[in-house]
Write a protein that binds this ligand. Sequence first.
Ligand code: COA
Length: 182
Amino acid sequence: MTEIDTPRLLLRQWQDSDYQPFARLNADVDVMAHFPTALDKDASNQMANKCRQLINDNGWGFWAVELKENRAFIGFVGLHRPTITLPFSPCVEVGWRLAKAYWGKGLATEAAREALAFGFMTLGLDEIVSFTATSNKQSEAVMKRLHMDYKGLFEHPSLAKDSPLLKHHLYGLTKAKWLSLK
Ligand SMILES: CC(C)(COP(=O)(O)OP(=O)(O)OC[C@H]1O[C@@H](n2cnc3c(N)ncnc32)[C@H](O)[C@@H]1OP(=O)(O)O)[C@@H](O)C(=O)NCCC(=O)NCCS
C-alpha cells in the first residue's frame, strides 16, 4: 500500500481516528459549499469506508492526509476512477477536500503534486483530469497551480438539470506536459 511523503504531509491509508474529524469537515457548510449537500455522520463514514476499501484493493486512491508537524488528519487528496460515466470516461481524476483550518497554506497543491507524480510514474497514466462546479474558484485555482490545461465545460450527469452546480469546468494534465514541466 502506497504512502506518499511531502515536505509537510503524509498521504496514507485511512485509520479509525480519521472518521471523526472527517465527519466534522463534511458537516461544514463552507467545505461543502460546492456540493449538493453537506454530509451527515453516516454518509461521511460511508465515504471514508469507500476510500479505505479502494486503497486496500488498489494500493492507491483518495488518501487520508496527515499534517506531519502534529499528526492531525486534515482531509483527503488523491486519485480516483469515477464510478459514474462522465462525458470523458474512462478517466482518473485528482481530487482534494481539506478542513477549512488548513486552507490558504498550499497544502492541497503540495499533496496533489505528489499524487500526480504517482499517477504518471507508478500507475503509468497518460492523462489525469480534474473537474469542479464552476462556482468553486478555490478548487479551480488548485488545478491552475498544478499547470493543468482547461478543457471546457460539461454538465455533471449526477446533478439535476436545474441545479446551480450542474455546469463543471474540466481540466487535464498529460504525462507529456507534466514531464516537460520538470
Ligand atoms: C479546494 C481546496 C482544497 C483548496 O484549498 P486552498 O488552501 O485554497 O489551496 P492550496 O492548498 O493549494 O493553497 C493555496 C493558497 O495557499 C497560499 N499559501 C500560503 N502558504 C503557502 C505555501 N507555503 N505554499 C503554497 N501556497 C501557500 C497560496 O497563496 C494560496 O492562497 P490564495 O488562495 O489566497 O491565493 C479547499 O478550498 C477545499 O478543501 N474546499 C472544499 C472541498 C472542495 O471544494 N474540494 C474540491 C471539489 S472539486
